[in-house]
Design a protein around this ligand. Structure first.
Ligand code: IVH
Length: 678
């Protein structure tokens, strides 16, 4: 074997293995799909050249007896999940970006079937997380990831909240055993919503909806999974018993649509490859209107019998191909790399670009992630760069075009000092972002105030960015509590203010005092505490002062609060600056306590509940909290006084006792709807 090729082969295998690991196991890929596909291509080409008989497999190990049936599809399995073996393996798809290669695929198949035109179906290729659902006599038994193609992780619990996915179809005429294949995905709206929460909590943003969906199905806490809305779309058939119920893909598609299962809205049956090509082009026009992200079209032989004859390779069926659409990329000029200082001090590099049209919008700023990424990709100010919309949302700089680089260009040097206050930047272990450690850095102060006044927090009308900038620059405000000391005259000194607008602002600041404990807790911008945690804290603690006294141990026991968050909350309140601010807020008359609720008016008041058996939708602690919130009590033993027993699977003596006493018993699902309706 030639030395250079051998090295490259090794290098490619390692690269691909690393990328696979990041993509499948960590759901956190480090390169784009197209870049990955190119590496795969190069590897396949080299392997064929060096090893034409295929004695060595793509992972570099010699192929052993009995291993031929192992699909080559990566592996997403994690230790913590139960495994489930697929009745039929889950394969991957061969893909191409090239029209000629699509027609080659058709030519190969035609040779198998006496050279006549072949009937195909064309469907969207959904860019989600592959899943296999097993329905037994119409009841969804398991939802499983692809895993290594032979067996995957059981993620049924994490799909319980997917609204469009029926678990019980036993009233319909499904085959006894049916594996249905599909993709789990996250809508753009949900992705944006969750990222807005992340931003509020001062946490790094999720990269794209696909990875977030992949991470969500693998959460160990189904409750946490339920807080991120997933969706599903189904397209394929795995095993089916009894067999031969469906003759082709179009019939199967019709059946799942009739059963009210969520499926693709575009499925064209066509008589030939050239008609399939037209359908692909049509699909490319329509796909942006679909609820799920798509990155291509899948063309399949329609007939199941013909699929069987064509068969599979170790990796993919021979009867199907994915034609991938070019992701939308554009070349433009990188005018500047701006460094933004966030309210937590994190420095984010942002590319300032000559405006360019990308997937229907004008893009002039794009993400550069962090200092390491800029170095790794050697992106320089004055370069021409390629920008792409990742997951069709946030534009990103993919690479620069070195061929167009001017000779005098120099590598970008990430500053060692804060661009605003010149404090030396620090980077904590394990973090990718550099931070300005100076909490009085004017940009951080402005960021915190913007956040404090924002709609989800204290919602101070008219207190926008321009006003905050002036207040800080003129040193009228250093922290949120200073806002409450401002008078009309202070505003009149600022640019753009007249009598009325100054009065309005004073009035909205005054009103914000009544925002309430939950909003105030969110507005303080404590690291890791976003609006949902803030609400939870406001339910548990009656005032800011009480929370300030809570120890880390008190906090860790609470639902949704882990050690990291507890530490951050306790550090925040132990800081003397916080203490003086809290005091000032109280003195200014900002509401820092929770209003008392009269429990007599609540729907469950005076009622006593018993929980028994395994609860699947939520933890016992959480169920207890919800009952208490509605004024009810939870006790451990069943008596005549018990109003209701909630019995999950495995309920024993308490259930029997309730039945003998004639106490009302509900399943968990019934209880959930009671909670929702009361
Ligand atoms: S058919 C035997 N149809 O893309 C494999 N797959 O990159 C047949 N995918 O593993 C799969 N949309 O997870 C099929 N309309 C579609 C699809 C689709 C997305 C996924 C699937 C597959 C992967 C390959």
């Amino acid at each position: 074997m030639e030395k250079g090729k051998d090295d490259r082969l090794r290098e490619l295998r390692k690269l691909i293995r690393d990328h696979d690991e990041k993509y499948y196991r960590d759901a956190n890929p480090s390169i784009g799909d197209q870049e990955y596909d190119l590496l795969k291509r190069e590897l396949e080409g080299l392997e064929e050249e060096i090893d034409p008989l295929g004695l060595f497999k793509t992972d570099g190990s010699p192929s052993g007896v009995g291993e031929e049936s192992m699909p080559q599809v990566g592996d997403d399995r994690l230790e913590a999940f139960a495994s489930h073996q697929h009745l039929l393996p889950m394969l991957s798809l061969d893909n191409t970006y090239d029209e000629a290669e699509f027609f080659d695929f058709d030519q190969r198949l035609k040779k198998l079937f006496d050279h006549s035109d072949l009937p195909y179906v064309v469907e969207p290729k959904i860019d989600g997380v592959a899943v296999s659902l097993t329905y037994l006599n119409g009841t969804l038994e398991t939802a499983v990831t692809r895993g290594n193609g032979v067996e995957g992780d059981v993620i049924t619990q994490n799909l319980r909240h997917v609204d469009s996915l029926p678990f019980d179809l036993s009233h319909l005429d499904l085959p006894e055993v049916l594996e249905i294949r599909g993709e789990i995905y996250m809508s753009h709206e949900e992705f944006t919503r969750l990222n807005e929460n992340r931003a509020q909590e001062g946490l790094p943003l999720y990269a794209n909806p696909r990875n977030l969906a992949a991470g969500t199905v693998k959460l160990l806490d189904p409750k946490e999974a339920a807080s991120r809305k997933l969706e599903i779309v189904l397209y394929g058939m795995g095993a089916c018993t009894p067999e031969s119920r469906f003759a082709n893909q179009s019939e199967f598609h019709r059946a799942i649509r009739e059963w009210n299962l969520p499926t693709v809205e575009f499925l064209q049956s066509v008589p030939s490859a050239s008609a399939a090509w037209k359908a692909i082009e049509e699909l490319d026009q329509l796909r942006h209107g679909y609820g799920y992200p798509t990155d291509g079209a899948v063309v399949k032989l329609d007939s199941f019998e013909m699929q069987r004859i064509a068969g599979n390779t170790a990796k993919a069926p021979r009867w199907a191909i994915a034609y991938k659409f070019e992701s939308e990329r554009q070349e433009t000029f990188l005018e500047e790399i701006a460094l933004q200082v966030g309210r937590t001090g994190a420095i984010t590099p942002v590319a300032c670009l000559s405006p360019v049209q990308l997937a229907g919008t004008t893009v002039s700023r794009a993400s550069l992630h962090n200092a390491d990424e800029i170095m790794r990709k050697d992106i320089r100010v004055g370069d021409f760069v390629i920008v792409e919309k990742a997951g069709e949302i946030i534009p990103q700089v993919i690479e620069s075009v070195p061929a167009k680089r001017k000779p005098q260009s120099v590598p970008f040097e990430f500053p060692s000092d804060c661009p605003v206050c010149s404090t030396v930047l620090i980077r904590e272990e394990g973090e990718s972002a550099w931070r300005c450690p100076n909490s009085t850095c004017p940009e951080q102060v402005k960021g915190r105030l913007r956040y404090f006044a924002s709609r989800n927090c204290m919602d101070v009308d008219h207190l926008g960015e321009a006003v905050i900038d002036q207040l800080v620059d003129k040193e009228k405000v250093r922290m949120a509590s200073d806002l409450y000391e401002l008078s009309k005259e202070d505003f009149l000194e600022l640019e753009g203010f007249a009598g009325k607008s100054a009065e309005n602002l004073v009035e909205s600041i005054e009103q914000s005092k009544q925002a309430g404990l939950g909003r105030l807790l969110c507005a303080l911008g404590i690291k890791h505490v976003g609006s949902s945690v803030a609400k939870e804290l406001a339910r548990r603690f009656s005032s800011l002062a009480e929370l300030g006294k809570a120890s880390q141990e008190d906090l860790v026991g609470m639902d949704g609060i882990g050690a990291v968050m507890a530490e951050s909350i306790s550090d925040y309140f132990n800081d003397p600056d916080t203490q003086s601010m809290v005091e000032k807020l109280e003195l200014a008359g900002v509401v820092t306590t929770r209003p008392e609720i009269d429990s007599k008016d609540l729907p469950f008041s005076g009622q006593s509940f018993v929980l028994t058996g395994t609860l699947e939708t939520f933890s016992r602690l959480e169920a207890t909290r919800m009952i208490e919130e509605k004024g009810g009590k939870v006790s451990s033993g069943v008596s005549k006084k018990t109003s209701l027993v909630v019995a999950g699977p495995g309920a024993g003596s308490k259930l029997t006792k309730a039945q003998s006493l004639g106490v009302e018993v509900m399943t968990e699902d019934e209880f959930v709807s009671l909670l929702e309706n009361s």
